[in-house]
Every structure is written in structure tokens, then in C-alpha cells.
Write a protein that binds this ligand. Structure first.
Ligand SMILES: NC(=O)c1ccc[n+]([C@@H]2O[C@H](COP(=O)([O-])OP(=O)(O)OC[C@H]3O[C@@H](n4cnc5c(N)ncnc54)[C@H](OP(=O)(O)O)[C@@H]3O)[C@@H](O)[C@H]2O)c1
Length: 244
């Protein structure tokens, strides 16, 4: 079933080279969207393109690269240019799970730059067409870290609280102009995230294995489709998704 933005059935997904973002691409293509899949790793995007075929256009994009993000619309081919959905999913916690003074200030700042400023850049670069058309959907990947802080999570928690503030405020700015804004706040998801954060595959596996239950990336991807597939008068503002 196509969503209410069906006349502009292209979705741009950031952080699509693995984990939740790749799962979102699979489900969006399965639901009939054409998807522009963006991330920094070209090989992973190419693999996804091979898997999903012509409905997916792979585009290398670092959301911290201000100039590249400004040019993103011009890098998208004409048959993918009717963008009706932006899924701001790119994010990381590289260097996280350390006390504030033990982590590096550069890493803390990069977490915020990617998770928050990247979201601002990409949304700003793509929302013009949706506003002109009076239809669109911005989906921001928050986290339960944006609901309750924990020690050793300074930058990540800060970033996800900011995602919440950004999502709430965008919704107000876009009100009455056909653009819906949804914030998705997952709990623990088994993905590449912990390995990125900890820099070690075994530590990441141990981290997930020590949890009674994790979500799968597909569990989060389904909530994206759920928000998209609501009738135009229904805006799913926020979804908190937890493992049982
Ligand atoms: N895993 C969890 O427990 C969990 C829970 C709640 C929320 N989340 C959120 O879910 C989102 C996806 O995380 P995930 O769990 O799927 O982790 P993941 O498997 O590590 O995927 C993260 C994605 O973000 C991309 N990315 C990182 N930095 C980027 C940059 N500067 N520019 C563009 N893309 C960038 C990565 O691609 P490249 O390296 O190729 O650029 C990758 O595709 C994040 O926003 C995360 O905060 C995760």
C-alpha cells in the first residue's frame, strides 16, 4: 500500500549502508517506493542496489559535509527527483560509553554534528520541493536516549534530545502546509551501531548478547512504513519502540 505522498513516491534515506537504514530501504522498496539510499560507504550501497534493483539509487553522502548536502538535490537523477519522504536515519555514537572527560571532545562533537546537524542539513536541502508541492513526510530517527539520560552518554544523549526538539519544532513550522514530521525512538536494536561505538566486533556482540532482548532493524523499519501509510489527516508525531 502506497502512502498519502504517493504522487511523489521517492524517499531519501540517510545512513542506508547498514542496520536500520538498509532495513528501511528494503521495506520502502517492497512497498513500492523508489528510494535514494545515502551513506558514506559506496560498497555497501552498491550491494543494496544489487539486491533491490532499479528502485534504489545509491548516493554517497556524508551528512557532515555541508557543501555536499547542499548539492544533494542536483546529484539525484530526474527519475528519483519527486521526493516526498526524507528519512533522517544516519547516526552514530563513535567513542561513546565513556565518562565525559574520558572521551574525546572531537568525537563528542562529531556525534552531534552527524546526528543533529546532519539532520538539519539534509532536511533543509530537500524540504523545498515538498513545501512547494504541499505534501511530504520527514521521519527523524531519535532514540529512547532522547527520553532519559544515562551516564557515559553525554554527546549521544544530547544529540537525541536535540532530535526530539528539532522534530517537535519542525512539526510546528510545517503545520498546515502538508508536511508531516514523525520521530521514531527505538530502544536497543541489534545493528552495526555497537561495533561503531565500541570499535570492536566481539565487544559489540557481547554487549548485545548481555541484553535480554534486542529489536531487529526490520522492527524499526516497519514503524517507518506505519507512519507513512496513515491517511493524510493523521500525523504520527512520535513512536517509542521497545524490545519486550
Ligand atoms: N542500534 C540501536 O540500538 C539504536 C537505538 C535507537 C536509535 N538508533 C539510531 O538509529 C540510527 C541508525 O543506527 P543503526 O542502529 O542502524 O546503526 P548502524 O548499523 O551503525 O548504521 C548507522 C548508519 O549511519 C551511517 N552514518 C554514520 N555517520 C554518517 C555520516 N556522517 N554521513 C552519512 N551516514 C552516516 C552509516 O553509514 P556509513 O558509515 O556508510 O556512512 C550507517 O549506514 C542512528 O540514528 C541511531 O542513533 C539506534
Amino acid at each position: 500500500m502506497m502512502d498519502s505522498e504517493s504522487k511523489a513516491s521517492v524517499a531519501v534515506v540517510s545512513g542506508a549502508s547498514g542496520g536500520i537504514g538498509a532495513a528501511i530501504c528494503r521495506q520502502l522498496v517492497g512497498a513500492g517506493y523508489r528510494v535514494v539510499a545515502t551513506a558514506r560507504k559506496p560498497e555497501s550501497l552498491q550491494l543494496l542496489q544489487r539486491e533491490l534493483g532499479d528502485y534504489l539509487y545509491p548516493l554517497v553522502l556524508d551528512v557532515t559535509d555541508t557543501e555536499a548536502v547542499k548539492r544533494v538535490a542536483s546529484a539525484i537523477p530526474a527519475n528519483f527527483s519527486d521526493i516526498g519522504v526524507v528519512v533522517n536515519n544516519a547516526g552514530h555514537d563513535v567513542g561513546g560509553r565513556r565518562l565525559f572527560e574520558e572521551g574525546s571532545a572531537d568525537q563528542w562533537c562529531d556525534i552531534v554534528d552527524t546526528n543533529v546537524q546532519g539532520m538539519i542539513r539534509l532536511t533543509h536541502a530537500l524540504v523545498g520541493g515538498m513545501l512547494a508541492r504541499g505534501a511530504g513526510h520527514v521521519i527523524n530517527m531519535g532514540s529512547i536516549a532522547g527520553l532519559k539520560p544515562y551516564a557515559t552518554g553525554t554527546a549521544y544523549v544530547t544529540s537525541k534530545y536535540a532530535v526530539h526538539g528539532l522534530s517537535e519544532t519542525l512539526r510546528l513550522d510545517f503545520a498546515g502546509r502538508g508536511i508531516r514530521v514523525t520521530e521514531i525512538m527505538p530502544g536497543l536494536v541489534r545493528s552495526g551501531f555497537a561495533e561503531q561505538r565500541l570499535g570492536d566486533a566481539q565487544q559489540a556482540k557481547d554487549f548485545y548478547d548481555s541484553s535480554a532482548q534486542c529489536l531487529d532493524p526490520d522492527d524499526v523499519a516497519r514503524t517507518v512504513l506505519f507512519a507513512l501509510q496513515q491517511p493524510r489527516h493523521v500525523e504520527i508525531a512520535q513512536l517509542v519502540v521497545l524490545p519486550v
